[in-house]
Design a protein around this ligand. Structure first.
Ligand code: IMP
Ligand code: MG
Length: 181
């Protein structure tokens, strides 16, 4: 275990199991769609979750990534969200079903922004999948349709989630030692 880690709250095995279950739920919902599903992962946090999830979706799909900043630098408090870039701003999403994929639903700022952007692009439907949701937080009315795990309100890293850009490569979800943040 990494020396900055205080404790693991979701193991690699638990993650693999739950991501497979989520893939099955998502497949059930979208397998009869006439058009390929468009996955919209929110970078950078969603990369690991996306990679594991999409390989278990036996349906026609495309990926259009969006990059959003919400925890600038060394902060562990959300300060609002800002879209950094749409990598393919010209992608035609009309009449497509869109599944936004993010690592965690915390204050809801990030997802509200991306959901609103998607709604402005005349898509057929918008749903959201998050690996984690902080239960004690007020998500400001933002909902996720597919949720991996509900967790307490503490700052976590690993499986794509970072602190100051680090720890995304940890294979589990963990809490850092106070000395590390
Ligand atoms: P929100 O905009 O406050 O809902 O936060 C969502 C974004 O903040 C996520 O996409 C994460 O990148 C980041 N975030 C929120 N909570 C955590 C955490 O506990 N660890 C690492 N990143 C987090
Ligand atoms: Mg993020």
């Amino acid at each position: 275990m990494h020396s900055d880690i205080d404790r693991i709250i979701i193991s690699q095995t638990q993650l693999a199991h739950r991501v497979s279950e989520m893939a099955a739920e998502i497949t059930r919902r979208y397998h009869e769609q006439p058009h390929p599903l468009v996955l919209v992962p929110i970078l950078n946090g969603a990369i690991v979750f996306l990679a594991d999830l999409m390989r278990q979706l036996p349906i026609r799909m495309r990926v259009e990534v969006v990059s959003v900043t919400s925890y600038p630098g060394r902060s562990t408090e959300s300060r609002g969200a800002e879209i950094r870039s749409w990598l393919d701003a010209g992608a035609d999403l009309r009449n497509r079903s869109v599944l936004i994929v993010d690592d965690i639903l915390d204050t809801g700022n990030t997802l509200r922004l991306v959901q609103r952007e998607m709604a402005a692009r005349n898509v057929e439907s918008i749903a959201t999948a998050v690996l984690l949701r902080k239960t004690s937080k007020d998500h400001q009315g933002v909902q996720a349709d597919f949720v991996g795990f509900d967790i307490e309100d503490e700052f976590v890293v690993g499986y794509g989630l970072d602190y100051d850009g680090q720890y995304r490569n940890l294979p589990h979800i963990a809490v850092l030692k106070p000395s590390a943040c």
